[in-house]
Design a protein around this ligand. Structure first.
Ligand SMILES: *[C@@H]1O[C@H](CO)[C@@H](O)[C@H](O)[C@H]1NC(C)=O
Ligand SMILES: *[C@@H]1O[C@H](CO)[C@@H](O)[C@H](O)[C@H]1NC(C)=O
Ligand SMILES: *[C@@H]1O[C@H](CO)[C@@H](O)[C@H](O)[C@H]1NC(C)=O
Ligand SMILES: *[C@@H]1O[C@H](CO)[C@@H](O)[C@H](O)[C@H]1NC(C)=O
Ligand SMILES: *[C@@H]1O[C@H](CO)[C@@H](O)[C@H](O)[C@H]1NC(C)=O
Ligand SMILES: *[C@@H]1O[C@H](CO)[C@@H](O)[C@H](O)[C@H]1NC(C)=O
Ligand SMILES: *[C@@H]1O[C@H](CO)[C@@H](O)[C@H](O)[C@H]1NC(C)=O
Ligand SMILES: *[C@@H]1O[C@H](CO)[C@@H](O)[C@H](O)[C@H]1NC(C)=O
Ligand SMILES: *[C@@H]1O[C@H](CO)[C@@H](O)[C@H](O)[C@H]1NC(C)=O
Ligand SMILES: *[C@@H]1O[C@H](CO)[C@@H](O)[C@H](O)[C@H]1NC(C)=O
Ligand SMILES: *[C@@H]1O[C@H](CO)[C@@H](O)[C@H](O)[C@H]1NC(C)=O
Ligand SMILES: *[C@@H]1O[C@H](CO)[C@@H](O)[C@H](O)[C@H]1NC(C)=O
Length: 766
């Protein structure tokens, strides 16, 4: 890929929110705002332009390809003298990004070879303990056997990295693999044997001077592949050894985002580079809900990556608990939702003269010398002020010395709300969940004594405040700090903010695929956290979001890839192994809870369940899915030939394709629509990657009203890599139980003496 002059036009105005930022959960419904001033055709934007491949494209040198792309432009420079071409893409798309006016794009549409132009958009970005929690331990099992991901390269598309952080030391790291083609841009990072590649693609915006102007990139990189760092803590809590999921894997850093978000054109350029550098796994914690795939840079880029056998792990989004809020929903992506762990960094709130104690969380455990004394409480929202502590004015309420109640949600993080409270003279803060944040509480590095409580506790506190007010007495409260505790019940549980399926745009592929730890995750951080007066020399921070979950699974995918035989390292096989081995039960063997309401989680929130690294390294059977099936799948979504071509990069004639709907994709999970017709046959093919001689029997769990048959009634394998097909016949057996619009959920297990290969099933009735 060729880089061009970084001078840039104004980009489209987009609301941003990082996938990890829980606070913006309430504002997730913000649409992509297209340029509101575009009443003039004279305005220059960056457009991503898809064109046909030139003849013998594979033989062309970079310059020839670039010339082909330039031939579509009116001329090579703008009036200002800036070059029009922003990126000339190699692998991710057949096309380029360029600065153009609407009128110029219109003219281009009639040129031979033109396919589609799309204005660039800006997408939001969306551990000491998690290896243990996931059953990885230093001297035992998968982790050790797999050499902690040795030889693998994980590409991180994010805000960059703080390369000086001890998590990225190369102590104990092997040399980069021989296949590695990447280079190191010193503006992004100084490389070593841990960080072996660094590149920057920020044509879309001013380049920040900070090495990682947000912290998000540093944090997710440490989760995926941070090296071991002993004796760490966050403000004295969550003490232990920090390390990533694949501590011996290498990192390649593609800086495509700033704290303000990530442009589609930059994301495509980052993936382009990652493909030619030869990463093994891509970790993408960016996204904005579901878009048609031909307009979705992550879907398009990850499809190109797939063709080079690179698996993309991407965050499901933080727009839960709303249904249909899923992002990164293409079937070739491993889409990851977020769960809690059983670790809590606890605090306790005592209300006035009440004896009951209310539990919550915070990572900043107050002044070390004293527990807080009883303080008068203020609730600016209830008292007519801005209820979310969104600024430090509190509409005239004097909060000096008070314990201030703030609702969760709105455009500020909890930490920023705490800063407002502190600035206004408040002594402490209680963050109150609203209904949609449910039971998920965060342990954050606040700047003042604080406690974050769940929704049912929030209601108790508000009603206590209400009743005091009614009695004309001052509500009083105090916070106690209890430190780090393990063994919380109902763990893992789906975080309330984790985005939910089903997807509007993928035609009926079950998403998310999998869950990974994403609540209160400890990771590397480029700057100090908490109150200014504190801070240790090594900085770690606790963050929550599906970003953190995706980074965990990217690390695990690298572990799996390094552990299986070279010629079987297909992305679809790794993905299948991770999905079919997932756990749908929590640590108490109860169904995984949804923290939105405390009920058992639906498949639309949890997919197959919690990632299970040791199970995934020995899956027994895998559902392999050859890339060419996706072409038929794309046709079945009703896309035009040109729209399919944007993704596949070669000419497709959908009319000539046998109809091959989403239900027939050889996916490791099953989603079918029943009603008309009321009976469907689902065919799947499995490949034996376990013992050469093995026999699997099916087991079903399906709701009343649905009947199921499977043929054949057992799968008998006599050699490794042997393939067998089976049919599942699903039909409505009692139409009085299930009505139109109902969802039913179940599962199919293929069981051998050594393996259980589980596929979640969702049936939608129409
Ligand atoms: C629309 O165009 C006119 C004329 O160029 C300009 O005066 C006006 O400010 C524009 N409106 C917006 C919203 O940009
Ligand atoms: C490039 O094309 C634009 C639009 O056609 C025109 O205004 C401009 O003068 C041209 N610049 C050069 C250097 O030819
Ligand atoms: C290794 O794991 C097994 C079972 O998972 C356990 O019984 C054994 O104690 C573990 N050994 C070590 C050294 O942790
Ligand atoms: C707390 O004090 C109020 C009066 O200030 C009284 O009405 C209430 O009953 C007391 N509650 C308890 C649990 O003692
Ligand atoms: C909220 O947290 C408290 C701990 O203070 C817990 O006892 C309670 O069960 C939680 N609420 C729900 C609905 O689970
Ligand atoms: C807070 O109070 C509890 C119980 O009274 C005590 O165990 C704890 O050590 C105190 N914490 C601090 C920081 O003084
Ligand atoms: C603070 O927020 C309130 C409500 O959101 C708003 O009305 C007020 O103007 C804001 N004050 C400042 C100083 O921004
Ligand atoms: C707010 O309250 C504090 C303490 O009660 C007092 O010292 C301060 O003067 C008050 N500020 C205003 C602006 O009333
Ligand atoms: C508190 O009082 C307000 C205003 O009267 C009311 O809207 C709200 O429902 C009350 N909340 C609780 C939890 O009692
Ligand atoms: C509360 O106090 C105010 C002013 O002190 C008074 O006007 C009001 O009547 C009192 N209300 C009750 C319910 O006692
Ligand atoms: C937290 O500390 C308070 C005050 O010391 C104590 O009463 C409470 O039992 C503690 N809670 C937990 C869960 O440790
Ligand atoms: C269908 O379900 C209804 C409601 O549970 C039940 O009353 C009826 O007997 C069932 N019919 C058959 C054929 O099983």
């Amino acid at each position: 890929m060729k880089k061009h002059n970084p001078l840039l036009p104004l980009l489209l105005l987009i609301q941003l929110h990082f996938i990890f930022s829980f606070h913006s959960v309430l504002s997730h419904l913000l649409p992509i705002v297209h340029d509101q001033e575009s009443n003039t055709t004279q305005r220059i934007h960056t457009y991503i332009v898809h064109v046909q491949k030139p003849k013998d494209a594979d033989l062309l040198i970079d310059e020839e390809l670039e010339n082909w792309h330039k031939s579509f432009l009116p001329n090579t420079t703008l009036d200002s003298g800036e070059p029009r071409l922003v990126y000339s893409y190699h692998d991710t798309i057949s096309g380029f990004a360029a600065r153009l006016t609407k009128e110029e794009v219109k003219e281009m549409e009639s040129m031979e070879g033109f396919i589609q132009a799309q204005p660039d958009e800006v997408l939001p970005l969306l551990t000491t303990y998690t290896p243990d929690f996931l059953g990885l331990s230093q001297r035992n099992g998968t982790w050790y056997d797999d050499g902690y991901g040795k030889g693998m390269v994980i590409g991180i598309l994010d805000t960059g990295i703080d390369p000086t952080h001890p998590s990225f030391s190369d102590e104990g790291m092997p040399m980069p693999p021989v296949k590695w083609k990447g280079t190191c841009d010193s503006r992004v990072a100084t490389c070593n044997n841990k960080i072996i590649g660094a590149a920057e693609f920020l044509r879309g915006k001013p380049v920040p001077t900070d090495i990682d102007d947000n912290g998000h990139g540093t944090h997710v990189a440490s989760i995926a592949a941070g090296n071991f760092v002993d004796n760490i803590d966050v403000l004295g809590n969550a003490k232990g050894t920090a390390d990533g999921m694949a501590p011996r894997a290498h990192l390649a850093i593609y800086k495509v985002c700033t704290k303000d978000g990530c442009a589609d054109s930059d994301i495509l350029a980052g993936i382009d580079q990652a493909i030619s550098d030869r990463v093994d796994v891509l970790s993408v914690s960016i996204g904005i809900g579901s878009r048609p795939f031909y307009q979705d840079s992550i879907a398009i880029g990850s499809f190109a990556a797939l063709r080079r056998k690179i698996l993309t792990c991407a965050a499901a989004g933080n727009a839960g608990p709303s249904e249909n809020s899923i992002a990164n929903d293409a079937p070739w992506i491993l889409t990851v939702g977020a769960t809690t762990t059983d670790r809590r960094i606890k605090a306790t709130l005592k209300l006035g003269n009440e004896t009951e104690l209310i539990e919550g969380e915070t990572a900043y455990q107050g002044p070390i010398t004293a527990n807080l004394t009883m303080l008068p409480m203020a609730f600016p929202g209830y008292q007519g002020g801005n209820n979310n502590c969104l600024n430090d004015s509190f509409n005239g309420i004097n909060v000096t010395g008070m314990l201030v109640l703030c609702l969760s949600g709105g455009d500020l993080s909890h930490i920023e709300k705490g800063m407002n409270v502190k600035k206004a003279g408040g002594a402490a803060m209680v963050v109150l969940n609203q209904e949609e944040q449910g039971l998920t509480t965060l342990a954050e590095a606040h700047v003042l004594p604080a406690i974050h409580v769940n929704y049912s506790n929030a209601l108790k506190i508000i009603s206590f405040f209400n009743s005091s007010l009614a009695k004309n007495s001052t509500a009083m409260g105090s916070i106690f700090f209890n430190g780090t505790q393990f063994g919380a019940l109902s763990a893992p549980a789906v975080a309330s903010f984790s985005s939910r399926g089903p997807s509007y745009n993928n035609g009926g592929i079950l998403k998310p695929d999998i869950l990974g730890p994403g609540v209160n995750i400890l990771g590397a951080w480029p700057s100090k956290v908490g109150p200014e007066s504190l801070g240790s020399s090594m900085t770690f921070n606790i963050q929550s979001g599906t970003s953190m979950a995706a980074a965990h699974v990217a690390g695990i995918a690298a572990l799996i890839k390094s552990s299986i035989r070279r010629h079987r390292r297909y992305p679809s096989s790794i993905k299948s192994a991770i999905i079919t081995s997932a756990k749908s039960l929590d640590r108490e063997w109860k169904p995984i809870t949804d923290e939105h309401n405390g009920n058992p989680s639906k498949i639309s929130a949890m997919g197959a369940g919690q990632v299970n690294p040791s199970g995934a390294s020995d899956p027994g059977l895998v559902y392999h899915l050859h890339t060419h099936y996706y072409v038929r799948y794309l046709c079945s979504l009703g896309y035009t030939d040109e729209q399919v071509r944007v993704i596949t990069q070669y000419r497709v004639q959908c009319l000539r394709m046998r109809d091959f709907g989403p239900e027939r994709l050889n996916y490791p999970s099953i989603l079918v629509t029943l009603g008309i017709p009321s009976r469907k046959v689902i065919r799947r093919v499995v490949e034996n990657v376990g013992e050469p001689k093995s026999i699997y029997y099916p087991q079903f769990e399906l709701p009343e009203g649905v009947s199921v048959e499977v043929y054949p009634s057992r799968l008998e394998f006599s050699s490794q890599y042997e393939k067998q097909w089976y049919n599942v016949v699903l039909s409505i057996s009692n139409s009085t139980i299930l009505g139109r619009g109902d969802f039913a959920e179940g599962q199919l297990l293929w069981v051998s003496p050594r393996h259980v290969v589980r596929s979640p099933i969702t049936i939608i009735f129409n």
